[in-house]
Design a binder for this molecule. Sequence first.
Ligand SMILES: [Zn+2]
Length: 113
Amino acid sequence: MDCIEFNGKINAYLKDELTDEELNEFLLHLRSCPKCNEELEINYIVSEGIERLDRKKADYNLSAAYEKAKDDSRRYIAGRKSMIRLSYVVGTVMFWMLGITVFVFFRILILGS
Ligand SMILES: [Zn+2]
């Protein structure tokens, strides 16, 4: 993902509308690009600030909230990645169990009991 693409996805990120894959690439770019980090922080503070004003919580530390939001996104993606790894492991185990079941089935069939 480049800076132009990143900028195009800021709104979707703030609205929590990115797919897991998009979010992953978004965070990877964010980590390596201070310019985009700054851009996102400004957008985050503006949009959160307006929202919190509506809820009369304007005294909040928005920079800290921004850092927390990024941490939450990273944790979410890390969680998704370990879920994907886990489902791969489970899939592999199920594949072998099925294979063993088929093997045992045919052994019994051929040996007669
Ligand atoms: Zn960038």
